[in-house]
Design a protein around this ligand. Structure first.
Ligand SMILES: [Zn+2]
Length: 423
C-alpha cells in the first residue's frame, strides 16, 4: 500500500515542518514538498498535525469473557478511529490473563482481527485474587512486559515485593491501580463536599495516596520499574514528583476524564461520571493538567472501559465502573492542555511507547521510520453521538468537541480515514 499524506505540519526529529509524507509498505519512504505518487491513496492533511500514532497504556478490550461489552475487533477499531496504533489490553478479563497461553491468545487474536497492535498486560496475582503470584515466568516468555491487577490494587505488600523482585531482574514494569481496599470500601465517588451533600459513601484521596506511598518504599528497595495508573489526586502527584527527583524508576499516567471533570458532575447521578478512581476536586483537576505540562505525568491513557447499555440502567451506586475514551482522547486532552502538538504527541505517543519499549511506535516521522502514524485536525468541531466502540458510555456523548483524528496508519495500512472531516 502506498499512502501520500499531503500538506500537514509534521512532527520530525528536528521539530514541526510542513511536508508531504510518502508511506510505502511499513516504512516512511520520503519526506518533502510537492511529492507525487500517482497510485497512492491520498490523505489531505492541510491544517492538520502529522505524527507518530497514539499509544494507550490502559485499555479494556473485554475479550475473552465479556464480549457483549466489547471485543478485540471492536475495541481496536475504536482505537484506530481515535488515532491509536498500539494499545495495552488490561488483564481483568474472564479468565484473567494470568498465564502464558492466555496472553498469547490476546496477542494472536489481535493479529487476526485487530485494527492496531495489542500488547497484553499480565496479572500480578493468580486470577487477580491477590493471594498467590500469577505465572509471571510464563507471561514473560509470552512477551508480556507490563503487569497489573488493574481493577484492584495489590493489597498484600509481601506478594507485591516478590513480584517486584522477579520483574526488577528482567526489566519489567509493575503497574498499579492504587486503591487501598479498606479505605475504598463501599465508596462510589470522591469523599468530599459533594459526597457529603449527596449523602453518598465516599472514596478518600488517601486510598490512592497510601498505596502509592507504600509501593514507592518497595520500589526504593527492589529497584523495579513502577508505573502509577490513572493518577487522580494532588497528594499522589507530590509523591511521584518526589520519587522522580530522587531518581526512582517511576512513571505515571492520567486519563482524559480526570483532566476534564470534577466530582460536582456526580450530582447529575449519571453513571457516565462513575469511574475508579473517582472524579476528584477542581483543585485536583488543575494539578493534573499542570502535571501533564511539567512532566510529573508521563502519559495520557484512556482507561477505556466499555459497558453495555442494559448494565447501566441502574442506580448510580449499582452502576459498573468506568467509561469509554479511545475516540475522544485526542479532543479531550487537547481541550485540557491546549494546542501544543509537541506536548500532545509526547504524552499520547512518545512517552507511552518508551515506557512499553515499543520501538516501532512513538517515533517522530523520518525517512526509513515505521509507518505507524496519525493525522489529526486540531480545529475541526464535532459532537460524538455514535461510537465505533460497541459501547457508548462516554461522558462526552452529545458534547461539542474540538479536534479529531482524520487518518490513522498502522504498519503502512490505513486503519481509519475520515476524508470528510474538516474539509
Ligand atoms: Zn484501574
Amino acid at each position: 500500500m502506498t499512502i501520500l499524506i499531503r500538506g500537514g505540519e509534521v512532527l520530525t526529529p528536528e521539530g514541526l515542518q510542513v511536508l508531504d509524507v510518502l508511506v510505502e509498505g511499513d516504512r516512511v519512504a520520503r519526506l518533502g514538498e510537492d511529492l507525487h505518487a500517482p497510485a497512492a491513496d491520498v490523505v489531505d492533511a492541510t491544517g492538520c498535525w502529522v505524527g507518530p500514532g497514539f499509544v494507550d497504556l490502559h485499555v479494556h478490550l473485554r475479550e475473552p469473557g465479556h464480549e457483549w461489552k466489547e471485543d478485540i475487533a471492536s475495541g481496536t477499531a475504536a482505537a484506530a478511529a481515535g488515532g491509536f496504533t498500539l494499545v495495552v489490553a488490561m488483564p481483568n478479563t474472564d479468565p484473567p490473563i494470568d498465564s502464558g497461553h492466555l496472553a498469547r491468545f490476546v496477542t494472536e487474536r489481535a493479529r487476526l482481527v485487530g485494527h492496531c497492535e495489542v500488547r497484553p498486560a499480565g496479572c500480578i496475582t493468580l486470577g487477580r485474587a491477590g493471594a498467590y503470584l500469577a505465572h509471571l515466568d510464563e507471561l514473560w516468555d509470552a512477551g508480556v512486559r507490563i503487569f497489573t491487577d488493574d481493577g484492584d490494587g495489590v493489597a498484600d505488600a509481601g506478594l507485591l515485593r516478590h513480584a517486584m523482585e522477579y520483574l526488577a531482574e528482567r526489566g519489567g514494569v509493575v503497574a498499579q491501580h492504587p486503591e487501598d481496599p479498606g479505605l475504598a470500601r463501599d465508596g462510589h465517588m470522591h469523599e468530599g463536599s459533594v459526597s457529603a451533600r449527596l449523602g453518598m459513601a465516599g472514596l478518600p484521596a488517601l486510598a490512592e495516596e497510601l498505596m502509592v506511598a507504600r509501593d514507592l518504599a518497595l520500589v526504593r528497595e527492589t529497584g523495579t520499574r513502577y508505573h502509577v495508573q490513572h493518577v487522580s489526586t494532588r497528594g499522589t502527584l507530590r509523591l511521584i514528583a518526589e520519587a522522580k527527583a530522587e531518581g526512582l524508576p517511576v512513571t505515571a499516567e492520567v486519563t482524559p476524564h480526570h483532566l476534564t471533570f470534577d466530582h460536582s458532575r456526580v450530582e447529575t447521578m449519571d453513571p457516565d461520571y462513575k469511574m475508579y478512581p473517582p472524579l476528584r476536586t477542581p483543585e485536583d483537576v488543575d494539578a493534573l493538567v499542570a502535571a501533564v505540562r511539567d512532566g510529573t505525568i508521563d502519559a495520557v491513557a484512556t482507561d477505556h472501559a466499555p459497558h453495555a447499555a442494559h448494565e447501566r440502567e441502574v442506580p448510580f451506586e449499582e452502576a459498573p465502573r468506568g467509561v469509554i475514551g479511545l475516540e475522544t482522547a485526542f479532543a479531550a486532552t487537547l481541550a485540557a492542555v491546549g494546542p501544543d502538538p509537541q506536548l500532545l504527541f509526547e504524552r499520547l505517543s512518545i512517552a507511552p511507547a518508551r515506557i512499553l519499549g515499543a520501538e516501532r511506535h512513538g517515533v517522530p516521522v523520518q525517512v526509513g521510520g515505521p509507518a505507524n502514524l496519525v493525522v489529526v485536525d486540531p480545529t475541526v468541531v464535532w459532537t460524538p453521538t455514535t461510537f465505533v466502540s460497541r459501547a457508548e458510555n462516554s461522558p462526552w456523548r452529545g458534547t461539542e468537541l474540538t479536534g479529531r483524528p482524520v487518518a490513522t496508519i498502522h504498519e503502512g495500512m490505513l486503519t481509519h480515514h475520515d476524508a470528510v472531516v474538516g474539509r
